[in-house]
Design a protein around this ligand. Structure first.
Ligand SMILES: [Fe+2]
Ligand SMILES: [Fe+2]
Length: 164
């Protein structure tokens, strides 16, 4: 099965894109923290809007693909209320909260606040999400590959393609 047919491959390839954005974010945060020029720092922080737009739109779609298409079916094998899916759902919630904090820190900065809050809020978000996708790639998705039938995968893929 290729990426267009296999839901697990498709979600793994979303993760590659997320990793790219997180690398980019971490690069920005480093530069913002190290910059001694106010105007350069301000410029860099303004450029974070592209990343927060990705978080609001693309990352949210990715979470929905997992929450609405993959987890309900995989949950029949490994449970939803406890175990790895439960942990992943808690982390999605945590990621959404940390991204709200991050966006708020940018707004506060633009209203005269401290850049250090942007750096720390962005860093907390990036490290949570990076650990989260590592866990999915190395643990949850391997479980999915082990349990899901071809039929189930086809149905999950159909649902994934309908999520926008
Ligand atoms: Fe996830
Ligand atoms: Fe994911």
């Amino acid at each position: 099965m290729d990426t267009n047919l296999d839901p697990i491959m498709s979600l793994r390839s979303d993760h590659e894109i997320v990793r790219g954005v997180l690398n980019n974010l971490e690069g920005y945060l480093k530069k913002i923290g190290a910059s001694s020029s106010y105007s350069l720092r301000k410029n860099l922080i303004n450029q974070l809007n592209e990343i927060t737009a990705f978080i609001d739109k693309d990352l949210e779609i990715h979470f929905k693909k997992e929450e609405e298409a993959l987890f309900p079916v995989l949950g029949n094998y490994i449970g939803l209320e406890t175990g790895p899916i439960h942990v992943m759902l808690i982390e999605h919630k945590h990621s959404r909260e940390l991204s709200e904090d991050f966006k708020k820190s940018i707004k506060d900065y633009q209203a005269g606040g401290n850049y250090k809050t942007v750096v720390s809020a962005g860093g907390s978000f990036a490290s949570l999400l990076s650990e989260h996708i590592d866990k999915e790639d190395h643990i949850l998705f391997n479980m999915a590959d082990m349990h899901l039938t071809q039929d189930e995968k086809r149905n999950i893929m159909k649902k994934i393609l309908a999520i926008k």
